[in-house]
Design a protein around this ligand. Structure first.
Ligand code: ADP
Length: 261
């Protein structure tokens, strides 16, 4: 519990600091990116300055991606929670996922339609999905299988998750599994720490899983992880079902879930 508290305090301090910087930086980047775009639109294809400006735009885009991640991490995004059907969300972004992971990774989806709705910001759910999928891709440089699964599950009090104090009850599980490099125990112990990364500079920010952790914790959910070096990793996220939450929710007619597990 003490470790969790320390983690939360650290996240909060980093969040305040980076959120402010990211916000101002984003405004500056709008100018850089907007002007380089405008220049490229106007200049002729054989203009010798083109490659230099393209480099500026490319770097600007990378910087913008990073500030987006930072803003998401510090939760300065505008949230619009609604009843979200996770299976439908995944089906909707299937093509984007395939592009993200590339041709060498096979996408195996098991996302049945009877999965209960969750009460969440759809953008944040996609962020969870894309962060986990990007990690899975990075763990499988030589190709492999990315499995994405949704299911209605019951969590009991002794579920071995990473977030302390999660209530037993009915959840929707989103699990993202890969057949990649896996992690040893010392890496597993640190992966939810902000800025922890084993990836080369410029590739990893170490904010992907800290962001996932933050979103899931904020929504009262749970995360667990199984990983073995050389065999692969599965990260499972559990989000409270919309209609089983204690809050009064404006969901229309909640779908019943005929199956458990
Ligand atoms: P980043 O991807 O920028 O490094 P993350 O917070 O998403 O940041 O991940 C932190 C670290 O956790 C990664 O650098 C990697 O070492 C490890 N990791 C995360 N997901 C996986 C995975 N699916 N397989 C192997 N290692 C992983």
């Amino acid at each position: 519990l003490e470790a969790q508290l320390r983690h939360a305090q650290k996240m909060e301090a980093i969040g305040r600091l980076t959120g402010g910087i990211a916000h101002d930086f984003n405004n500056i980047l709008t100018v850089i990116n907007g002007n380089s775009e405008a220049f490229l639109r106007r200049c002729s294809p054989d203009d010798p300055r083109r490659t230099e400006i393209e480099d500026i735009r490319h770097a600007g885009e990378r910087a913008a991606n990073l500030t987006q991640q930072l803003l998401a991490f510090t939760r300065q995004q505008v949230l619009a929670p609604e009843c979200v059907d996770l299976s439908a969300t995944i089906t909707k972004v299937r093509a984007m996922l395939a592009t993200l992971v590339g041709e060498d990774v096979e996408l195996a989806l098991d996302v049945p339609p009877h999965v209960a709705p969750v009460w969440a910001d759809a953008g944040q759910l996609e962020q969870i999905l894309f962060n986990l999928a990007a990690n899975a891709r990075d763990a499988m440089p030589g190709g492999g299988v990315l499995s994405i699964r949704t299911a209605n599950v019951h969590l009991d009090a002794c579920h071995p998750g990473r977030i302390v104090g999660v209530r037993p009850g009915e959840y929707v599980m989103l699990s993202v599994g890969d057949t990649g490099a896996g992690m040893d125990e010392s890496v597993q112990a640190q992966i939810f720490e902000p800025y922890f990364t084993t990836k080369p500079v410029g590739k990893g920010t170490g904010l992907g899983l800290a962001t996932v952790f933050g979103i899931v914790q904020q929504s009262g959910g749970q995360i667990d992880l199984t990983s073995s070096p050389g065999a692969g990793t599965t990260v499972s996220v559990y989000l409270p079902r919309a209609w089983s939450s204690t809050a009064a929710l404006p969901c229309a007619t909640p779908r019943t879930s005929p199956q458990q597990g």
